[in-house]
Design a protein around this ligand. Structure first.
Ligand code: SAM
Ligand code: DTB
Ligand code: SF4
Length: 343
């Protein structure tokens, strides 16, 4: 979708927007299910990058201590507990700039993924930058989805991060898609961006080919010690509007309520579900910050007549659309069939 279309949709009266989003949702999602995803930080803190919102950057003094990569046995315990609690997707995050083939840490991650992928859940990882070889190895080890957010508009991105670029993010997404993984790509609201920035971010995401399989919409959890530590918490109606526009722009994606739900009332979350959200991060902790209690989430789903999604570990990556350029891998607007060959 173009920015102009997104702008028109976003700025409708609130209830018109909700009605349109609900109609799109009902056309593509016929049951009342919500996917439960459990997050686990397998490598916490000490990250070389300077993302201005992040508790895990080594550039800022936050309450997060740097830790080593979690041993596989501990990860397996947490993955089994996630499955037992009803999660159908297990997402492992690492506070790294990226991973490189041939390193011990990457081999360890592949080993973890191989075992987690035997548990019958979708396996998602978010490890930072990937090249084509790393993406292929992750896919082969059993990763179903790669999470790599663009986070904000291309224009606002340099105000948030200086140690890598928006184009670097796009290149990793291209590599994940080329390797046959689904892509989970979204952003954060509350980074001092304008509404136009949010819609420009969505313009980029909705024009990926294929479109992302899932879109996490995070509301900033302000972290003391980071440059964004005093930012205001995002307004609930602005959050719901963004969920609605995302549903309309990317009808087949799972739209995931991500960080920041602890600052949203249950009524605001209900509106977000109505507007097309159909997935949440589930469990008491995100990576380093708090999430609503699992029993409160289950209670809310029951109150709304929603049900947890059944497992689908064989999830296939979305097909790319014929005649539409593949997701960009760089700012050269590459037209080659295999975009990753260009940069
Ligand atoms: N290092 C990897 C990366 O940057 O892609 C993976 C981990 S990173 C923590 C994953 C995503 O979490 C970020 O892209 C951002 O969208 C979200 N995130 C991180 N800190 C956050 C915060 N304080 N509030 C809201 N979302 C946050
Ligand atoms: C995403 O978009 N949100 C999740 C997941 N992908 C990895 C992470 C949220 C992190 C919130 C801040 C924290 O817990 O440190
Ligand atoms: Fe945090 Fe990821 Fe940025 Fe590192 S690359 S500072 S973990 S968001």
């Amino acid at each position: 979708m173009t920015f102009a279309e997104l702008h028109r949709i976003y700025h409708q009266p609130f209830f018109n927007l909700l009605k349109q989003a609900r109609a799109v949702h009902d056309e593509h999602w016929t049951d009342n299910s919500v996917q439960l995803c459990t997050l686990l930080s397998i490598k916490t803190g000490g990250c070389s990058e300077d993302c201005g919102y992040c508790a895990q950057s080594a550039r800022y003094t936050t309450s997060v201590q740097a830790e080593k990569l979690m041993p596989k046995e501990q990860v397996m315990e947490r993955a089994l507990a996630a499955r037992a609690s009803g999660s159908t997707r297990f997402c492992m995050g690492a506070a790294w700039k990226g991973v490189r083939k041939g390193t011990q840490k990457f081999d360890q991650v592949l080993d973890i993924v191989r075992d987690v992928s035997k548990l019958g859940m979708e396996v998602c990882v978010t490890l930072g930058e990937l090249g084509a070889d790393e993406a292929a190895d992750l896919k082969q080890a059993g990763v179903t989805a790669y999470n790599h957010n663009v986070d904000t508009s291309p224009e606002h991105y340099p105000n948030i991060v200086s140690t890598h670029t928006f184009e670097d993010r796009l290149r990793t997404i291209r590599h994940a898609q080329d390797a046959g993984m689904s892509v989970c790509c979204g952003g954060i609201l509350g980074l001092g961006e304008t509404i136009d920035d949010r819609l420009k971010m969505l313009e980029v995401i909705s024009n990926f080919n294929p479109q992302p399989e899932s879109i996490p919409i995070n509301a900033l959890m302000p972290i003391k010690g980071t440059p964004m530590g005093d930012n205001e918490v995002i307004d609930a109606f602005a959050f719901v509007r963004m969920i609605a526009v995302t549903r309309i722009a990317v009808p087949k994606a799972k739209v995931r309520l991500s960080a920041g739900r602890t600052n949203l009332s249950k009524e605001a979350q209900a509106l977000a579900y109505f507007a097309g959200a159909n997935s949440i991060f589930y469990g008491d902790k995100l990576l380093t910050t708090a999430n609503p209690r699992a029993n409160e989430d289950m209670k809310l789903l029951r109150e709304l007549g929603l049900a947890p999604l059944e497992p689908n570990p064989g999830l296939e990556a979305p097909e790319s659309m014929d005649g539409v350029p593949l997701s960009p891998c760089c700012d050269h607007s590459c037209e080659k069939e295999k975009a990753s060959a260009c940069c």
